[in-house]
Design a protein around this ligand. Structure first.
Ligand code: ADE
Ligand code: ZN
Length: 254
């Protein structure tokens, strides 16, 4: 019995904190690839060999299966309660997405790596810049980024975090290449603005925007209406993440 309880607990823990689903991360990777400079594209191809940014974008989730990387689990998100700044919230001892993104950006710039080689580090950075654009990856510190907010999504049990990671995106029934074609249309002025925003701008945007995720009916049953009201925001965050990932990589390799 104890074993069953332990197993159930372990399953709940591992099911939490998954990031944008596979399609979301690939859309971000493909959009980034399309916005790379020639020079950056060439260098990245040399580093990643036979894989594209889209293809490596989920790697940081795959390595969750390997307990050598358990220390990276808290790096997929950060926590800033409503009404607080990051300084007020404080950096956890085990690190978070902000620390990890800063660290890996610097390591790729200086080519001094602490967690693995250049390809490994690049894969992690690609993933994390995607993650923190999902508004619930900047958590409020109360519900594990919405994982504890249980609800019915299209008549199936789910939770708020999952709806934002994958539910709304997968519901569009596009391949990631089709999805990227669909949304990769930023105006020049938005693109320029987004390219010049910095890490903490992205983080505070997610902190503000997550309020919209919590627009839930009292019965906690959501479906078409919720998608209709939130799809534009999902697509905006995917597009911003792709364009900003390209800007970071163009600066490192451009
Ligand atoms: N676990 C705890 N907080 C989280 C968050 N904001 N996002 C994903 N997983 C989490
Ligand atoms: Zn992640």
């Amino acid at each position: 019995m104890k074993k069953i309880i332990a197993l159930a607990l372990l399953m709940t823990l591992t099911l939490q904190a998954l990031p944008w689903g596979k399609t979301g991360h690939r859309v971000i990777g493909l959009i980034a690839e399309r916005h790379l400079s020639k020079k950056a594209k060439k260098q990245i191809e040399k580093i990643l060999k036979d894989e594209t940014l889209a293809e490596v974008s989920n790697y940081m989730d795959f390595i969750r299966a390997d307990d050598r990387y358990d220390h990276m689990a808290p790096w997929h998100y950060c926590t800033i309660p409503d009404g607080q700044t990051y300084e007020e919230a404080g950096t956890p001892e085990e690190g978070d997405a902000i620390v990890a993104i800063q660290k890996f950006t610097e390591e790729l710039r200086t080519k001094k790596f602490t967690e693995g080689d250049e390809a490994f580090t690049l894969k992690l950075l690609v993933h994390l810049i995607g993650d923190i654009h999902q508004p619930l990856h900047v958590g409020n510190g109360e519900d594990k980024g919405g994982n504890d907010v249980k609800l019915d999504y299209f008549w199936s049990s789910s939770n708020l975090h999952r709806v934002w990671d994958s539910g709304i995106i997968d519901g569009q029934q596009y391949a990631y290449t089709e999805y990227a074609d669909w949304i990769d249309h930023a105006s020049d002025s938005n693109r320029e603005k987004w390219e010049n925003d910095e890490l903490m701008d992205w983080i505070y945007e997610s902190q503000q925007l997550r309020n919209e995720c919590y627009e839930l009916p009292e019965n906690m049953k959501i479906a078409y209406d919720y998608d209709y009201e939130h799809l534009d925001l999902v697509n905006q965050r995917l597009l911003q993440a792709g364009i900003r990932l390209a800007a970071v990589l163009n600066e490192i390799y451009g």
